[in-house]
Design a protein around this ligand. Structure first.
Ligand code: ATP
Ligand code: MG
Length: 568
């Protein structure tokens, strides 16, 4: 491709709204342009990289035995009503009507649509296992679209859905996808960390997310330093320690605590460890008040709490509800009460000796609080967030925290959709059986951005060769028309040798051309300038590093092959 006839609007300056490297570089290298908040245009160079990722995904999905479909992006409300998600999806789902008033969703995901079509295609155990997928646009009205194509309102997803006769079959389908995902990301030159993920309140068993470690990642991961335990903080567990506090149980007593409200204030006031406080927070779970009690030095993990409650909607209770439930203003809630409210206790609460908690009375706390004696621990769950330094739940070694970008997700869905949407097949005994499902997503645009995030320097992108938009950046430095003709010949030779060549034939300064080549980040740069016209010397440089190598035209193709072979 001749740059003089291509659309490659590189930018010298960083766009002001681009705060992460991938967004900055994808804009500056002329891969994307912003259409409006959370919506992006792919320019030709960006589209080439996107298509390469798509091709790899498709090859690996096909190799894993999945079948490619193309689903409508507008999905009828009736489908969503069948599964019950028309009401539960919330404002992230774009909803539209046609001229007759029929309702549709711009699909944020396609479980319902695929389940419905598969329902019409299968009737017997012989039709299973089945794995169907598509690579198609999704729409999500994200609260905070940001970081360019990492979180946009419209994006391309590869979504796959497996259908099996039983859990054993599902596990095989799941493992096949797990292997395919590792292959896909590896071929894309992207190092990923598979971590255990939350399975949500809707059940489902195994779930793993493929994460790219990055400072700008929105997910927090806990990784064990000694064993292979790796989990999203949403899900991460940790080994519980010993008792908090100590000595013989003291008598329960009221302590006046005017204006002492936060845990830090209380710790200063009582001069004790924050872990001795029984932090009691009132939530509304699907509208009903519940109290969660955790040690004061721990944050509640609301996903764990929601899962324990099997709640679909969980929110902090408004002050009025807190007052009603506890009989006191906000800040004095505690589990020592006669009031009837459902209480859930974190696993660490039972180990607290002589703790401190709100007395459910204004400006009063209880000290000398002892679980079992002063209140009963009925429902006990893991309710708190694991943090760096916490012992690994598997081996007890300290875990570390790192941030990650989620590029893919595999999930054993279970029977949620096949049951609610009444999918059934006849088993070998001729009995109606409900198939079990898995679902598997990859964010295609986000994968491209994550690759840029992982592979760049201060000059620009450094593409892994498998997804570089072109293989070779031919930088022609010419003044005379006859020089340009010689360069055309060189371009022709390289193209005929089978390389995808981006040929800078512009009448521009070498400085501009080199800066653009670094920005575009193609694996191999070939420079043809004065040396070429005078002595036939060409220069080859790998964008991944290493020295500039001089070659003659006769050895060029070989040298480029060598250089490419050395690139990741
Ligand atoms: P997130 O937690 O980042 O919102 P999600 O859990 O909602 O992601 P899934 O529903 O599992 O994502 O979608 C599958 C994949 O689609 C994700 O792993 C991610 O790579 C991609 N993805 C999700 N939302 C977006 C978005 N708004 N923009 C770009 N890619 C996205
Ligand atoms: Mg999301």
């Amino acid at each position: 491709m001749r740059i003089s006839r291509y659309i490659l609007p590189t930018l010298k300056e960083d766009p002001s709204d681009a705060v992460v490297s991938s967004h900055r570089l994808m804009m500056r290298a002329g891969l994307i342009r912003k259409e409006s908040a959370g919506m992006y245009v792919y320019l030709p160079l960006g589209l080439r990289a996107l298509r390469k990722v798509i091709a790899i995904i498709k090859e690996e999905m096909d190799a894993a035995g999945a079948h490619e479909f193309l689903m409508p992006e507008m999905t009828s409300a009736d489908l969503w009503r069948e599964s019950g998600r028309w009401d539960s999806m919330g404002p992230e789902m774009f909803r539209i009507r046609d001229r007759n008033g029929l309702e549709y969703a711009l699909a944020p995901t396609h479980e319902e649509a695929f389940t419905a079509v598969v329902r019409s295609l299968i009737s017997s155990y012989r039709d299973l296992p089945l794995n169907v997928y598509q690579i198609n646009t999704k729409f999500r009205d994200e609260i905070r679209p940001r970081y360019g194509v990492i979180r946009s309102k419209e994006f391309i997803m590869k979504d796959a859905y497996s259908f099996d006769m039983d859990e054993k079959g599902l596990d095989e389908s799941y493992q096949a996808m797990r292997r395919a995902y590792r292959q896909i990301f590896q071929r894309c030159g992207l190092e990923t960390i598979p971590v255990q993920a939350d399975t949500g309140s809707m059940g489902g068993s195994d779930s793993e997310e493929f994460m790219v470690a990055s400072e700008v990642g929105e997910e927090v991961l806990l990784l064990c330093g000694s064993c292979d335990y790796k989990a999203n903080q949403e899900k991460a567990e940790f080994r519980r320690g010993d008792r908090k506090g100590g000595g013989a149980p003291e008598a329960l007593r009221e302590v006046s605590t005017p204006d002492v409200k936060t845990i830090a204030d209380l710790a200063a006031f009582f001069q004790c460890d924050e872990g001795l406080f029984l932090k009691s927070i009132v939530y509304l779970a699907d509208g009903a008040p519940v109290m969660a009690v955790v040690p004061g030095n721990r944050e509640i993990n609301e996903l764990k709490l929601a899962r324990a409650l099997k709640a679909t909607a969980l929110e902090l209770a408004p002050d009025s509800v807190v007052e009603e439930v506890t009989g006191a203003p906000v800040g004095f809630a505690g589990p020592v009460t006669d009031k009837k409210v459902r209480m859930l206790f974190d696993l660490a609460v039972k180990g607290v000796v002589n703790g401190i908690t709100g007395a459910n009375k204004k400006d009063l706390h209880y000290a000398g609080v002892n679980p079992g004696r002063d209140f009963t621990i009925g429902e006990e769950y893991d309710l708190t967030k694991a943090v760096a330094g916490d012992p690994c739940p598997k081996c007890g070694s300290p875990m570390r925290e790192t941030k990650g970008i989620e590029v893919g997700h595999i999930f054993k869905l279970g029977y949620k959709y096949t049951k609610s949407m009444k999918v059934s097949v006849l088993n070998e005994q001729g009995r109606e059986t409900t198939p079990i499902m898995g679902c598997y997503g990859i964010g295609v645009n986000r994968t491209v951005a994550a690759i840029v995030e992982q592979h760049h320097d201060d000059k620009g992108i450094i593409w892994p060769k498998a997804i570089a938009p072109f293989d070779v950046h031919l930088v022609g430095i010419w003044k005379e028309e006859q020089e340009l003709r010689a360069l055309e010949g060189l371009y022709d030779t390289l193209s005929k040798a089978g390389f995808e060549v981006l040929y800078d034939d512009r009448k521009a300064s070498p400085g501009i051309k080199f800066a653009d080549a670094d920005l575009a980040g193609l694996p191999v740069r070939v420079t043809a300038g004065k040396g070429y016209f005078q002595t036939g010397d060409l220069e080859i440089k790998c964008r991944w590093g290493g020295e500039v190598v001089k070659v003659k035209e006769s050895g060029l193709v070989e040298a480029i092959r060598d250089s490419l072979a050395g690139c990741p």
